[in-house]
Design a protein. Structure first.
Length: 190
């Protein structure tokens, strides 16, 4: 009788274990089914997005093929030349204004101090930079000049330059001990 009850006990125990494994297996199957369904839904949503993007690309392609919509390289070149011409006129006007101010100062008997705006005359390419030649201005350091004062004076004349740009254009320049009479290069804005 003991053997039968032992066998019966083992059978009941293994059946309950099998049922527990079946429940765990069923939960995993349900979980995987849910994940598969989520992936199918995401795939369908991606398909809709791809279709919408294909339509948008097709519309843009049609628009780009229409004449007069985009600028040609010749149009861009002409525009660049016009911008350069306007910039040159602006620089010429700036020089005329400075000369007129100097003439007015002389006629009024005012002696210009060293704090007047620096004379801005563009130099040809050749500023000392690592990226090659660039356009800019030569400036001769005067007594009590600082890089920030020089940059400020150029900004007052419409030339957007920072002390960092001046330092970068003049390797080896020590901003704490500027040498009076030394020429430095002021890079023109790009």
């Amino acid at each position: 009788m003991r053997k039968i009850s032992l066998w019966l006990f083992i059978f009941v125990f293994t059946a309950s274990l099998a049922r527990a494994q079946d429940d765990a297996t069923q939960q995993q199957i349900d979980k995987l089914s849910g994940q598969i369904q989520d992936m199918l839904d995401a795939q369908a949503a991606q398909g809709k997005r791809i279709d919408a993007l294909e339509k948008e690309i097709s519309d843009l392609s049609d628009k780009s093929n229409q004449p007069g919509v985009a600028a040609s390289p010749d149009d861009l070149k002409k525009l660049a030349e016009q911008v350069q011409e306007i910039d040159k006129k602006r620089q010429d006007d700036n020089e005329r204004i400075l000369k007129e101010l100097e003439r007015l100062d002389k006629s009024m008997g005012v002696s210009p101090s060293h704090k007047t705006a620096p004379s801005v005359s563009p130099t040809s390419p050749g500023g000392p930079t690592s990226s090659g030649p660039q356009k800019g201005y030569d400036y001769t350091i005067q007594d009590k000049d600082t890089l920030s004062a020089i940059a400020k004076a150029y900004r007052a004349q419409g030339i957007k330059v920072t002390t960092s740009q001046i330092l970068a254009a003049n390797p080896g320049l020590n901003p704490n001990s500027l040498v009076v009479g030394k020429k430095i290069f002021i890079p023109a804005p790009q």
